[in-house]
Design a protein around this ligand. Structure first.
Ligand code: BES
Ligand code: MN
Ligand code: ZN
Length: 485
């Protein structure tokens, strides 16, 4: 969906939209509209939309009022995104092709106005590329939104939000694509395309190079697949000579469980087991597109976990790049095996100030937090608090979980240095402890288990059902809050 500023051609104005605060009578709107809205119990609650008609300059026009909640609400920005998203949801498939949007009311600042546009843009994203027989009335029609009036500075504020939208959309596309389209090599290609000409520097390691480096844990996961594994690093140097912040993502492009095969029901969901890598790639794209003043690197470990004659077996012992040996008790606990080599390599390569990983790591995380928060684990309180704040600001919410030596003990192995699963209890925490063993002393580290967040079974604030884009906005906001001030 295209957002432009200016005057739409008259035939293009399918609907004219205004944003309305809760409990305020909007100034300048026709009395009939205001009365109609009140009669249909429109109060301006966030996400409410009223549609009516008015005569303007002698022609009858369709007018939509979008509720933005109370003007002094703590969640003002989120409410404004919801107002935009509600307009998108209502008109996306309505037959209307173009919307005019008047953002001059409701006491909006330029940033507020840009939040409405971000909601509109994110909620109108779809992935219909494989739907060749979509009925006409189900096809999206809304193509463009023209902002006809807005506070000073809105265009500039929108440039930043548009970069964020691009990043989120990239994450969603990577997550939504099936595993026969997005596999390690094609993930890299999609990134090469997305980042080409941006000034970001991409490094790709193939299997021979990873073998050379001793990444036995990551390679062990991929060895049952016909698809060769890859490690991809995306570097953006926008912030002088400070040590970089590194984001690491789990990119299991399909997780069958391997020889510890998953049950059939719902296995198709495991196409989005690269959601951590998708979040990192999309977060980096947002930062690069808005030319962030920060040194950041995104590293993603890309593998496909398949059962095969050459697949690794339960009980195998592999040697990670760090030198630590790992007993593979369960080949379905593969994400940590991929991440431990990616984390170690990233620390060696970049000597980062802090390292933050994103992974759809455990089903237990969904049992603990459902689909409302990602789980956050950290060895540093300041880093944890910065991430929690970025989560609140961006809408990609996190909730902190504990780590500690008593949990760490649970993954000692009788034959190797460490085993890849603990007992039944605290499955998300022992997974985090596993990763922690690969963090060098003194490096600030956080781990976000986003298993419950990357895919939605029902529409949410700014997404339809399907890929949510979770993580991209979190990364972008964390960098804005913590590194760019
Ligand atoms: N990718 C899964 C975790 C997952 C499950 C994400 C469901 C989203 C939805 C991960 O690789 C996995 O299989 N984890 C196992 C770990 C267990 C074997 C210790 C799990 O959670 O069951
Ligand atoms: Mn698994
Ligand atoms: Zn997995």
């Amino acid at each position: 969906m295209q957002v432009t500023f200016g005057t739409p051609s008259p035939e293009a104005s399918g609907v004219i939209a205004h944003v309305v605060n809760q409990g305020e009578t909007p100034a300048g709107l026709e009395g009939a509209l205001v009365e109609g809205a009140a009669a249909s119990r429109f109060t301006g609650k966030p996400g409410q939309v009223f549609e009516g008609f008015a005569t303007r300059d002698g022609v009858t026009v369709r007018v939509a009022l979008a509720g933005a909640g109370e003007s002094d609400a703590d969640s003002r920005r989120a409410n404004l995104e919801k107002a935009g998203a509600a307009l998108a949801a209502k008109y996306l498939r309505s037959g209307v092709k173009a919307m005019s949007l008047d953002l001059s009311g409701a006491g909006l600042s330029a940033e507020d106005a840009a939040a409405v546009l971000l909601g509109l843009r994110l909620r109108s994203w779809r992935h219909d590329v494989y739907r060749t027989k979509l009925a006409d009335e189900k096809k999206a029609t809304l193509e463009s939104v023209t902002v006809t009036a807005s506070p000073k500075g809105t265009e500039k504020a929108w440039e930043i939000q548009a970069a964020i939208a691009e990043g989120s959309e990239f994450t969603r596309t990577l997550v939504a694509e099936p595993a026969n389209k997005v596999y390690p090599v094609s993930f890299v290609h999609l990134c090469e395309k997305a980042f080409s000409g941006t000034g970001a520097e991409l490094t790709v390691l193939d299997e021979d190079q990873m073998e050379e480096l001793g990444m036995g844990a990551l390679l062990g996961v991929g060895q049952g697949s016909r698809q060769p594994s890859r490690l991809l690093a995306i570097r953006w140097n926008g912030g002088g000579d400070e040590a970089p912040t590194v984001f690491v993502g789990k990119g299991v492009t399909f997780d069958t469980g391997g020889i510890s095969l998953k049950p059939g029901a719902g296995m198709e969901d495991m196409k989005w087991d690269m959601g951590g890598a998708g979040a990192v790639a999309g977060g980096m794209l947002a930062l690069v597109k808005r030319k962030a003043k920060a040194n950041v690197v995104g590293v993603v470990g890309l593998v496909e976990n398949m059962p095969d004659g050459n697949a690794q077996r339960p009980g195998d012992v592999v040697t990670s790049m760090s030198g630590q040996t790992i007993e593979v008790i369960n080949t379905d606990a593969e994400g940590r095996l991929v991440l431990c080599d990616a984390l170690h390599w990233a620390q060696e390569q970049y000597k980062p100030k802090r390292i933050i990983d994103f992974a759809t790591l455990t089903g237990a995380m969904i049992i603990a937090l459902g689909h409302e928060h990602g789980g956050l684990f950290a060895n540093d309180d300041d880093l944890a608090n910065d991430l929690l704040q970025a989560g609140k600001d961006s809408g990609d919410a996190l909730w902190r979980m504990p780590i500690g030596p008593a949990y760490d003990k649970l993954i000692d192995s009788p034959i190797a240095d460490i085993k890849n699963v603990g007992p039944r209890g605290a499955g998300s925490i022992t997974a985090a402890q596993f990763l922690h063993r690969f963090i060098k002393n003194g490096t600030h580290w956080a781990h976000c288990d986003i298993a419950g967040m990357v895919w939605a079974d029902k529409p949410g604030a700014t997404w339809d059902k399907g890929a949510t884009g979770f993580g991209a906005r979190l990364i972008e906001r964390f960098v804005a809050n913590t590194l760019e001030r």
